[in-house]
Structures are given as structure tokens and as C-alpha cells.
Design a protein around this ligand. Structure first.
Ligand code: UTP
Length: 297
């Protein structure tokens, strides 16, 4: 029987330079969409997919992230005293079981592949998930849950995939598709950040993965790849030659690139419009300013 995926790695050791100066002191993953930090969306998605062990690969300056997952007895007591039960529930839903979270340091930002490799001893010899919290995916069924269900049929390695415009392929790992089976595609290989003319398809890898432990062994051997970083996609692609298949999974849902300012702002608006208490005010505001802009043009 195929082993269940119960461990997830959250690589959060990047420098977050696109959000400077904020990221001088605030980890990118703590920045909020409405009132929930990016990392909370990632944890909720992992829990929904059956993940029980949460491994964060962190770096210097990410202390706020560790604090976020601490229980807050003083705050809870205060809310209880004031009868703010709804807020108490919100707070409690973020509590993590003792021992469920582990933190590993990546001492140098050598790339995503290296960050995942740093967690190798905690993964040992079982399949595991990787979630990049700055890729936020809104959908009826959480993306990782969709993937876990598909993975139960396929095994191997699975990466979340999404169609992108040809001029955008240079921002992603891109799949070289072998067979297109609908939501699942099998792949011949993956190319990191190809120019439009070199891209083998327009199916891009998004920040959700279910990986075989053999990928960690491949990472042992890897040298720096595109951009001088140790690339996770290279280690996954290396599995194909040793007969561990790689699949792309076309997830259902809307993906926001919250590692970029524009994606982050779009996600903020989209998530705020989902909130009943904010929707009308925000819609009115957006209508007013867009009309004003048009009139001025
Ligand atoms: P990004 O490419 O978005 O890099 O990393 P970044 O440093 O976070 O942000 P910018 O580009 O400087 O603004 C994608 C994911 O990989 C993690 C990041 O934390 C993010 O979740 N990562 C990247 C690491 O954990 N370690 C690394 O060495 C590089």
C-alpha cells in the first residue's frame, strides 16, 4: 500500500527582497491577506490534506514566524474575560499541537532545493509535501488535498501545474509533457525559467509538491543550477531517469503570486471581497476610484 503523506516542508528562508523595506524586519510569510498571515493559509491547506507534521525551513530574522505559532494564554484569558468568544475561536483555530512543528535553519539562501534538503533528516524515508506559502491558492477544495487524492492513484512525484502565458515562462519551472491525461500529465522533464522560445510547454510548476524521498538523495548530488541556486526542479527531474515518474497536476482554483507586490494586492482584494463584513464597503470604494480614474483619463 502507498504510504500516506503526513509531513510537509514549508521553505520560508528566502530573503523576500521584493518586499523591502518591509522584509527588513517582517518575514514575508507573516504579511497578512486581510487579517491572516500567508503562513496561516498554508497551514490550513496542509491540515485539510491530512498533514500532521509541519517542518519550517527558516533563516535569520524569522523569529516572528516562530512566535506566531506559540499559544497565547494571556490574550486568550483576556478575550474570555471580555466575552469575545468569536475572537477566541479565531485565535484557537490557529493553535498547533505541541511537537507538531519543527524549525530547521537554512544558514545560507542557496535556493529552494537546498532549503528542502536542509529538512532531510526529519523526512527520512517517506513521501512528503512541500508548500510555498507565497503561492496562495483559493479554491473550493484546497490544492494540496486535490493533489493528495490524485497522488493516491499515481504515486511517484507530483507537482502542481498551471497554464501561463508564453511570455511568463521565464519566471517558472516548466513541464516537458509526455502524456496529457487531463488533470494529470506525465512529464519527460522540467526546465527551470526558460525563455518563451525554449519552453517545452506553457505548463508551469506552482508551489505545491508531493515528493518521493529519492528527491532528497538527488539533492545530495546537485550542484548549483539556474541563477546560481540549487533548484528543486532539477532534483525532481533527476528522478525520471531513475524510473520514479513525475506528474504535473492541473489544480482547480485561483493562484495568487503573493511573492510579488501585484499578486499580493490582488489576493488582498479577492480575499476581502469574500468577507461579508467587508464586501460592500470595498466594492463601493473600488467602483468610486475606478470611475474617478476613468473620468480623469
Ligand atoms: P523566492 O524565489 O520567492 O525568493 O522563493 P524570496 O527570497 O522568498 O523572495 P524575493 O525573490 O527575494 O523577493 C520561493 C520560496 O522558496 C523559499 C522562499 O522562502 C519562498 O518560500 N526559499 C528560497 C528558501 O527557503 N531558501 C532559499 O534559499 C530560497
Amino acid at each position: 500500500m502507498r504510504r500516506k503523506v503526513t509531513k510537509a516542508i514549508f521553505p520560508v528562508a528566502g530573503l523576500g527582497t521584493r518586499f523591502l523595506p518591509a522584509t527588513k524586519s517582517v518575514p514575508k510569510e507573516i504579511m497578512t491577506l486581510v487579517d491572516r498571515p500567508l503562513v496561516q493559509y498554508a497551514i490550513d491547506e496542509a491540515r485539510a490534506a491530512g498533514i500532521k507534521e509541519f517542518i519550517f525551513v527558516t533563516s535569520r530574522g524569522k523569529g516572528a514566524l516562530e512566535d506566531y505559532f506559540d499559544h497565547s494564554p494571556v490574550l486568550e484569558q483576556e478575550l474570555r474575560k471580555k466575552g469575545k468568544d468569536d475572537l477566541l475561536e479565531v485565535l484557537k483555530s490557529t493553535n498547533m499541537d505541541s511537537g507538531a512543528i519543527a524549525y530547521i535553519r537554512q544558514h545560507k539562501a542557496l535556493g529552494l532545493g537546498h532549503a528542502v534538503w536542509c529538512a532531510r533528516r526529519l523526512i527520512a524515508d517517506e513521501p512528503f509535501a512541500v508548500i510555498l506559502p507565497d503561492d496562495v491558492i483559493a479554491g473550493e477544495k484546497p490544492c494540496l488535498q486535490q493533489m493528495v487524492e490524485a497522488y493516491a492513484e499515481t504515486g511517484g512525484n507530483m507537482v502542481a501545474a498551471m497554464e501561463v502565458a508564453p511570455e511568463k515562462t521565464s519566471s517558472y519551472g516548466v513541464l516537458d509533457v509526455k502524456e496529457d491525461m487531463g488533470s494529470v500529465v506525465s512529464v519527460n522533464g522540467m526546465v527551470e525559467k526558460p525563455k518563451a522560445e525554449d519552453a517545452p510547454s506553457n505548463l508551469a510548476v506552482i508551489g505545491r509538491y508531493i515528493l518521493s524521498p529519492s528527491v532528497l538523495r538527488n539533492l545530495n548530488q546537485l550542484k548549483q543550477g539556474a541563477g546560481g541556486e540549487i533548484q528543486l526542479t532539477d532534483a525532481i527531474a533527476a528522478d525520471i531517469s531513475s524510473d520514479v515518474p513525475v506528474y504535473g497536476y492541473r489544480f482547480e482554483g485561483e493562484r495568487f503570486d503573493c511573492g510579488s507586490k501585484s499578486g499580493f494586492l490582488q489576493a488582498t482584494v479577492a480575499f476581502a471581497l469574500e468577507r461579508e463584513e467587508l464586501r460592500d464597503d470595498l466594492m463601493n470604494y473600488i467602483t468610486t476610484i475606478t470611475q474617478g480614474r476613468r473620468a480623469a483619463e
